[in-house]
Design a protein around this ligand. Structure first.
Ligand code: ZN
Length: 408
């Protein structure tokens, strides 16, 4: 695509802010009920939803004729539990009335296309743009977006709002898309553990500590540092996330914030949508040292598909380079997929929407990844991390009593 100079300048701005961008408010539903997953059902290497191949026999025949490896790829892909760490569809749902249950020609994610692409669930990003500031307007924006997702999902047979690893697995086995919520932009917490508890009670299962902007308690990777990482309040908020079973998401944060969060957290962390700096140097990508530290923590990096973070003229094979690199440096137990679908203006050739996910599985097998490794990458690893964070939360709550109920 050839861009006019004006559009090109706009595209550069979008690189610094990889997610799309008025406020309202909503009621708080019941708090999360964390149910531990039976260990035998959560081996990341074998976890299965028992799903069949939704493609037509003619399409299957065509793929297998192209490459016999497709028979294996389709069997594994649709049987595996496939989870995406970050989709920005909720912004479309709130601002455009985007219908999740209907098939769209544009954009990247909807239920019919999730089924076709074998995507069993995703963290739906409750993204709050920096323009909302760090006060009540930002929190209200998050609550309005959560409400927009709740209302749609409540009316959809094919989807279920879930809050736990067990809930995600159960939904996948029922053939319903598991909708998990993640807050993107720590500024929406107003620097308040109380607001964090409110959003957790509304179903938020991860918090991306910053977006593109440094906030009152954490430095971002694409903004001027103010704290040299996390300040005291930032460390308190991370500890409270651990206590609530809310995953600490280190996509978008500065290297110092990354180090500080790993020093404080008791639970494994995630990078919900980040790629590898060694493959494509970019402030939003992570270094090999960070990948190794992530492995020590037991967490997972979910590879971002945004073309600007993947490679110049990116195609699907370039995304596989990032997955493979992360698996080589951090280990295959620490890699997943975090597409950033519906949040980015440009995707790699061959990976234009959620229906293309089986091509990633095919590509991983072609590169020599085993079936067990592929199942871990597709969703097993992030399920393990979510279950572990729930276990740590229970442990912490046994150690320290919950804070007094708030009147907020
Ligand atoms: Zn983002």
């Amino acid at each position: 695509m050839r861009l006019s100079p004006l559009l090109a300048a706009f595209a550069v701005l979008l690189v610094a802010c990889d997610d799309p961008a008025p406020p309202a408010s909503a009621e708080a539903p019941t708090p999360p009920a964390a149910e531990p997953v039976a260990p035998d059902t959560l081996d990341p290497a074998t976890v299965s939803d028992g799903g069949g191949i939704p493609l037509s026999p003619a399409e299957v025949d065509r793929l297998v004729a192209e490459d016999s490896l497709w028979a294996e790829a389709l069997r594994i892909h649709y049987d595996a539990v496939v989870l995406d760490g970050h989709v920005d569809t909720p912004t479309l749902m709130l601002d455009r009335g985007y219908r999740l249950g209907e098939r769209h020609r544009r954009d990247h994610v909807d239920l019919p296309r999730m089924a076709e692409g074998g995507l069993d669930g995703a963290f739906f990003s409750i993204y709050v743009a920096r323009g909302y500031g760090e006060g009540q307007a930002a929190t209200d924006r998050a609550l309005a977006m959560i409400e927009a997702v709740n209302q749609q999902v409540a009316g959809l047979e094919g989807a279920a709002l879930v809050r736990t690893a067990d809930g995600a697995l159960s939904a996948a086995r029922d053939g319903r898309a598991a909708v998990l919520l993640g807050l993107e932009g720590g500024h929406a917490l107003q620097g308040s553990p109380e607001v964090l508890r409110l959003l957790a009670a509304n179903g938020v299962r991860y918090v991306t500590l910053t977006h593109a902007n440094t906030n009152s308690w954490a430095d971002a990777s694409t903004d001027a540092p103010r704290w040299g990482g996390l300040n005291t309040l930032g460390r308190e908020l991370v500890t409270e996330m651990n206590r609530l079973g809310v995953l600490v998401d280190l996509s978008h944060v500065s290297d110092d914030t990354f180090d500080d969060a790993l020093a404080v957290t008791r639970a494994p962390v995630i990078l919900s949508h980040s790629s590898c700096d060694a493959i494509r140097p970019h402030a939003r990508n992570v270094s090999d040292n960070m990948l190794r530290a992530l492995a020590d923590n037991g967490g997972v990096i979910m590879i971002n598909f945004y073309a600007a973070y993947v490679a110049p003229g990116a195609d699907l094979d370039d995304v596989l380079d990032h997955v493979q690199h992360a698996a080589e440096v951090a280990g295959v137990d620490h890699v997943g997929l975090g597409s950033d679908f519906d949040g980015v203006p440009r995707l790699p050739d061959g990976l234009g929407d959620v229906t293309r996910l089986p091509w990633l599985t095919h590509g991983l097998l072609a590169r020599g990844f085993s079936e067990a490794d592929v199942r871990k990458i597709l969703g097993g690893n992030v399920l393990r991390v979510l279950a572990e964070a729930e276990r740590v939360a229970e442990e912490l709550r046994r150690e320290a009593p919950p804070p007094p109920a708030s009147g907020r």
